[in-house]
Ligand binder design. Structure first.
Ligand SMILES: [Zn+2]
Length: 348
């Protein structure tokens, strides 16, 4: 049986706004002799600045500069068994206040559809949806009905809330058409240029999904990154008491509460990005998966290529994860649950 990597990216520098990377870095990157040392520098930037973001920059330089989506896909594919299936998540970054994109989202989706036609058994394309785009529901319908896209990707820190009116139309369409939603759920990372980090983080708070899940009980909804590495750290290090207000709770414990409540059977969380802090988080994951309710709602994903480190690449990640959590749990999060999430199996 093939495994599923439920969260990965293959978009390239052509799809990100021209001010997404600091201009100076973009310019320096054009010089092939500087690219390598620059990569090293970015990857090892001091922790006082936004390390997470620099890490992403350095991966952009390394993986996607002068490459096509196909090149990037071929790289990630080479780390996995040949029959592995990948949920590919495009990004619509035109409204994040960081300038123009060389190739717009229509072109990014078109390239992805063409690539899926070359790898029909491997690529499961999702549509990047931004409620600020005109006719976004129409765009989604065309992608689903004509181009056979299988899900929706949302990234609220780019500057919108999950209860955005337009998104309600997207949820309604998705529920009606058996289309799952993937939403970014971690602190830090990419955000709209003009909003504060706090505000961007509040857009990604797992609590925001409660109302949506109540109103759309058949909509399948995945919280990407399971709250994120920082919140897993908080879960391990900071005490909280059950009766205290929600603010003191880590996002991880918020998500676990939602899962264990039994009220949100269509809620999922993927371990992408977060699991790359492997030493700490793989053991915690193993313990969390002992709970059958939690175990039935977790998806395997990697966030390739946002996190890839040369010393800890995708192949090593998926193999070591299998070893730590065991074959039985791995099968659940990488085979059984992804099919439920995608709506291709109805097994409980
Ligand atoms: Zn991602």
């Amino acid at each position: 049986m093939p495994i599923y990597n439920c969260h990965m990216h293959i978009f390239t520098i052509e799809h990100v706004p021209n001010q997404f990377l600091p201009l100076r870095i973009t310019r320096l990157m054009r010089n092939p002799f500087l690219r390598l040392p620059l990569r090293f520098l970015l990857a090892n930037m001091n922790p006082f600045s936004n390390r997470d973001l620099f890490h992403r920059y350095s991966n952009f330089v390394r993986v996607s500069y002068k490459k096509s989506q196909k090149d990037v896909f071929k790289l990630v594919r080479s780390y996995y068994p040949l029959d592995t299936k990948f949920i590919v998540l495009p990004m619509d970054m035109e409204f994040m206040g960081a300038g123009k994109v060389e190739k717009d989202i229509y072109e990014q989706h078109k390239e992805l559809a063409e690539l899926r036609d070359q790898y029909p058994e491997q690529i499961i394309p999702f549509a990047a949806i931004d409620p600020r785009r005109n006719d976004v529901v129409k765009m989604l319908a065309a992608l689903v009905e004509k181009d056979r896209f299988k899900g929706v990707k949302l990234y609220p820190p780019l500057g919108y809330r999950l209860d955005n009116e337009k998104l309600y139309e997207v949820y309604e369409y998705s529920q009606r058409n058996n289309i799952p939603i993937m939403v970014h759920c971690s602190r830090g990372g990419i955000k709209h240029k003009d909003i504060s980090t706090n505000l961007a983080n509040s857009y990604a708070d797992p609590d925001n999904c409660k109302r949506i899940l109540k109103e759309f009980p058949n909509l399948r909804f995945c919280l990407g990154h399971f709250g994120g590495d920082k919140e897993w750290k908080k879960y391990l290090n900071d005490p909280w008491d059950e009766s205290s207000p929600d603010e003191s709770k880590s996002w991880l414990s918020k998500i676990l509460d939602l899962m264990k409540s039994g009220n949100y059977p269509n809620l999922y969380a993927d371990i992408s990005y977060t699991i790359f802090s492997f030493e700490k988080n793989s053991k915690l994951l193993k313990v969390l998966l002992e709970d059958p309710k939690v175990r039935s709602q977790v998806l395997f994903g990697s966030d390739f290529y946002m996190v890839e480190q040369e010393k800890f690449q995708e192949r090593r990640l998926s193999i070591e994860l299998r070893a730590v959590i065991g074959e039985k749990f791995f099968k659940e999060i990488a085979e059984i649950n992804p099919k439920k999430y995608l709506g291709t199996s109805s097994s409980p």
